[in-house]
Design a protein around this ligand. Sequence first.
Ligand code: GRG
Ligand code: ZN
Length: 330
Amino acid sequence: MSTHTNNPSNVDPPSELLLDLHVKYIQNLDTKKGDLEYWLTEHLRVNGIYWGSTALHLMGHPDALDHDQIVEYMVKCQHDNGGFGGHIGHDPHILSTLSAIQVLITYDRLDAINVDKVVDYIVSLQNEDGSYSGDSWGETDTRFIFCAINCLSLLKRLDDKRLDLQRTIDYVVQCRNFDGGFGNCPGGESHAAQVYVCLGTLTILNALHHVDADQLGWWLSERQLKNGGLNGRPEKLEDVCYSWWVLSSLSMLKRRHWIDADKLTKFILSSQDSETGGIADRPDHVPDVFHTVFGIAGLSLMGYPGLTPVDPVYCMPRYVIQRIGLSEKH
Ligand code: GRG
Ligand code: ZN
């Protein structure tokens, strides 16, 4: 599989958002059944629906995918223990469970599933030390904590008496490093995506006071490279998805203006595929739906004209977060 596009090298990179092309790109993702990649990513199907559907909502085309068909599919991915698998017949995992809940809430279709069971499933993943496992096999990671807390928050179940939220806060604070960043576990190297999940958790749990916003804001702003793109940690290459992990984190810290938005906008726009639609991790690479949503969400945070505002914590349209009554603390 080639990672490079066939974009003509003698043509200037796109300087506007190719919105209509991206809508078609996402609509066509489910028609690629002849491609090996379609089958290799089967375990990510539920995540993929969240990425594609969110991108469409942010681009103002919420109905470009069939909601009824997707809800029916999500229902088939829920297990008796309440968790959702990444595809029909796949084992439940907190990553796919959050994606399924995000889609169902965006579509206002929570009525289609058993919410009490989802909560039971998430509670079953809580560990003694306040962390959460990703599934019954027990791997822990700050990503899974965020998925659990985010999901419970969306479901308005953070008041469940079985939860020990203080321990979760204490655990996340232990994942903070000397440079102000956060890793995937205590002592883990600071990484911008891990910063996003830790700040998201602390924001939802009203515990952002544990963070030195100036120090972490500085570390995050240092992620911008000369070409405008952002990397995830020092000495690494720029990548469009960090437009989300870094900018959303800076938004939570109220320091979004600490990066050069014009240069980042140009970098994201130049990573679009002007033939097929979709956004890649960097210019001239093959696009995928993951980088498409996080590129668009990054542009939305920077107020790109015509895009629907995104919520920096939940990565869902702001109007959905407002509709379900989650007050804006960020
Ligand atoms: C609601 C948006 C949202 C997310 C749910 C699953 C999750 C929570 C967040 C994922 C956070 C995460 C750790 C993403 C990984 C991002 C990424 C590009 C990792 C690659 O790391 P390396 O080390 O790449 O392979 P670098 O860029 O460091 O070379
Ligand atoms: Zn990436």
